[in-house]
Design a protein around this ligand. Structure first.
Ligand code: IVH
Length: 682
């Protein structure tokens, strides 16, 4: 057996401390210091050392999150203290009635009672047991008395400490909380599932519960789950805290995450205010909550109040409106996107879901329709959460009317009648019309002319619509054949604007290679990728001839992007268009690598929430094109945070740390100023 030197022992201790600390900062303090890459690097180094010196492995080592799968099923676990449920308050009057019941029983004035309020997280309840500070078991709620032992799965969550922080951990701690999946994690998981034919979950709660009940912990480890603590069921020796909120702060000190939205308020008005405020923020939290849990804060008063049947007298759950409702599917329409992707859109009988009227929902693709087994006329359940596009989550086939119609995926494009193709291994059906399809043509031309691409002044969206509808322009090359005298005959086009447009087209002919590549609108090739391709290949001809393997050698180009680029240049009509453009005088200095100034070089930005005018990926590409790095979490080094609707903890964090925050409008203004070179970064 290999004997480790002291140097190795020290390194192991340092790595473990650094990794534990990184988790604590990320999950509990919400102040990440370490990047994911650094975390992975340290974890790998620790794995290497432990592989060489197996005696050094301890069960609480950060490498020991994924263990061996259980042979069969999960063992039953008896809860030492039952996991209770809560009574509900369905409106503000019922909150007032709860306060009165508590006050009457305690014979004190209700308006003086302090209550601890927390979001009612909509996930799966679990219980964790720590002995001498080390996680020894974890279980589901089950029926409240007996749950399932899912220790190996819970160990894979980085927000579940394998070891509590601090020098003197309690002898015993049984902590309860909720395992949740954020909207972002849920969307990503379902998007992956839709592409890979895996199980699509109806909502984050099902996804969290389903992920915890995987027999193979490696699957659980791959799911974006988070644990948040809300109760200490057993704490020995008794830490002597007077209130629930103090106890929660103690759990946070021990390395457990608790709700950032926890607040202590007084009396029924305090409770009602909190519930209203949280209700307003509900859509922006980034995860599902179904209400507010209200607890009498004073632990002595809690003991005095005790329990009835299956619920405590000292707590109640105020319920928010449901995020799922049922309605009728009236029709399905098919939309054609810029890249030809054909998306089925459900036209619904309008229904109010959590305060918003919903009349359309995404059906994603043909596989999703098959999976749901949905027909036109069906009664369907719609889910709306945060800013996520409303989804059809299930069908009530028992309510199917006799005249229900099957949803037929079009074989021809609803816009141009070209054949619809579904490439092998792809879930998405696409119109094969390319630039011939007006739906794609308009979008492709708008993209081509846009400021970040060919930057053709005066060629706005309306004008492009007109030119395409008149059939004057089919391909980007046609733009450069436009004549001022023809343009001047268009409604609302004066001679001067026509002259200006032709001059702008003339000017745009002198461009740069990265801009030109970007302007082609190849799938998933944004500005940063276009710049990388230009830098790598130097000339358009070299890029056009590149094989998939050559493309994969380019920075940030993976197999998917490589295949899009390869396929694009193998299409004869794309090659023709490029040749025409060149013969019409489009040029660039081949050696120009990036004409763009990089005003954001050295800065790290964070994008959070949804943006309306672009996807987050586009925002990222645009920032990267300006030299910025785009990170997933806010730290002291963050230069700015762009927060769209739905921004949650990252926004709160930025505000708390005094990092500057831009809304979408402000972000766009800045981007445009920087991209046009009119402004240098401060
Ligand atoms: S306290 C004895 N706090 O709600 C009181 N429960 O009906 C124990 N839940 O399934 C519960 N967020 O998993 C409490 N901040 C929170 C909660 C919460 C969600 C769930 C819990 C249980 C249900 C209680």
């Amino acid at each position: 057996m290999n004997q480790p030197e002291k140097k190795i022992l020290d390194e192991v201790a340092t790595l473990r401390a650094e990794l534990d600390d990184a988790n604590y900062r990320y999950y509990v303090l919400d102040e990440p210091r370490m990047t994911d890459a650094d975390y992975d690097r340290r974890l790998r180094r620790l794995q290497e050392i432990e592989a060489e010196y197996p005696d050094l492995v301890t069960p609480d080592s950060p490498t020991q999150r994924v263990g061996a799968p259980p042979d069969a099923g999960f063992p039953e676990v008896q809860h030492a203290v039952p996991m209770l449920s809560l009574d509900n308050a369905l409106n503000e009057d019922e909150i007032t009635a709860f306060v009165k019941r508590v006050a009457d029983r305690l014979e004190i004035d209700g308006e003086t009672i302090a209550f601890c309020c927390e979001p009612k997280l909509d996930g799966a309840a679990v219980s964790l047991v720590y002995e001498q500070g080390v996680l020894v078991s974890g279980a589901t709620r089950g029926d409240g008395r007996t749950g399932e032992g899912i220790t190996s799965n819970l160990r894979t969550l980085r927000s579940v400490p394998l070891k509590l922080r601090g020098k003197a951990p309690p002898d015993l701690l049984e902590v309860r909380g909720e395992v949740i999946m954020s909207h972002e994690g849920f969307e990503a998981l379902n998007a992956r599932a839709r592409e890979g034919d895996a199980k699509v979950f109806a909502n984050p709660r099902n996804a969290a519960a389903g992920s915890l009940r995987q027999l193979d912990p490696r699957i659980t480890a791959s799911r974006p789950l988070e644990f948040s603590a809300y109760q200490a069921a057993r704490f020995e020796p008794d830490p002597g805290d007077a209130t629930h909120s103090q106890l929660m702060a103690r759990l946070a000190d021990l390395g457990l995450r608790t709700s950032a939205a926890l607040e202590v308020v007084t009396g029924s008005q305090g409770l009602i205010d909190y519930c209203r405020r949280l209700g307003e923020r509900r859509d922006r939290l980034g995860y599902d909550i179904d209400g507010v849990v209200i607890k009498v804060d004073d632990l002595r008063l809690q003991r005095e109040l005790g329990f009835v049947a299956r619920a405590p007298r000292w707590a109640i759950a105020f319920k928010f409106p449901a995020q799922e409702e049922t309605t009728t599917l009236n029709d399905v329409e098919f939309q054609v996107g810029r890249t030809g992707a054909i998306t089925p859109v459900a036209r619904l009988e309008p229904v109010t879901v959590a305060g918003v009227t919903v009349s359309n929902a995404s059906l994603h693709n043909a596989d999703e329709i098959a999976r749901l087994g949905v027909m036109i006329g069906d009664t369907v359940t719609i889910r709306r959460a945060g800013d996520v596009i409303p989804q059809v989550v299930r069908v009530d086939a028992s309510k199917r009317p006799s005249d229900a119609r099957e949803i037929v995926f079009p074989e021809r494009c609803p816009v141009c009648e070209s054949e619809v193709e579904r490439l092998e291994g792809e879930v998405v059906a696409r119109c094969s019309g390319g630039l011939y399809c007006a739906a794609q043509r308009k979008e492709a031309l708008k993209y081509f002319a846009s400021r970040r691409a060919m930057d053709i002044d005066g060629l706005g969206e309306k004008l492009i619509d007109q030119l395409v509808e008149l059939d004057w322009v089919k391909t980007p090359a046609d733009l450069f054949r436009l004549k001022a005298e023809d343009l001047a005959t268009l409604p609302r086009m004066a001679q001067k604007s026509s002259d200006n447009l032709v001059a702008a087209l003339e000017k745009a002919k002198q461009t740069t290679l990265p801009r030109f590549i970007f302007a082609l609108g190849i799938r998933e090739v944004g500005e940063a990728t276009a710049a990388n391709l230009a830098r790598h290949f130097g000339t358009l001809d070299a890029l056009m001839e590149a094989e998939v393997a050559d493309l994969e050698a380019v920075e940030d180009v993976g197999p998917v992007v490589a295949s899009h680029v390869y396929t694009f240049f193998r299409q004869p009509h794309n090659r023709e268009t490029i040749e025409e453009l060149r013969s019409l005088g489009l040029t660039w200095k081949e050696e120009v690598v990036g004409d763009r100034p990089q005003p954001l070089a050295g800065q790290t930005w964070v994008l959070t929430g949804t943006l309306e005018s672009m996807t987050r990926d586009e925002g990222k590409e645009r920032l990267q094109a300006l030299g910025a790095k785009v990170a997933g979490s806010v730290s002291k080094k963050t230069a700015a945070v762009v927060a769209g609707p739905g921004a949650g903890s990252k926004l709160a964090k930025a505000e708390q740390m005094g990092v500057s925050v831009l809304d979408e409008q402000g972000f766009l203004e800045r981007l445009e100023a920087w991209e046009s070179g009119k402004e240098a970064a401060q």
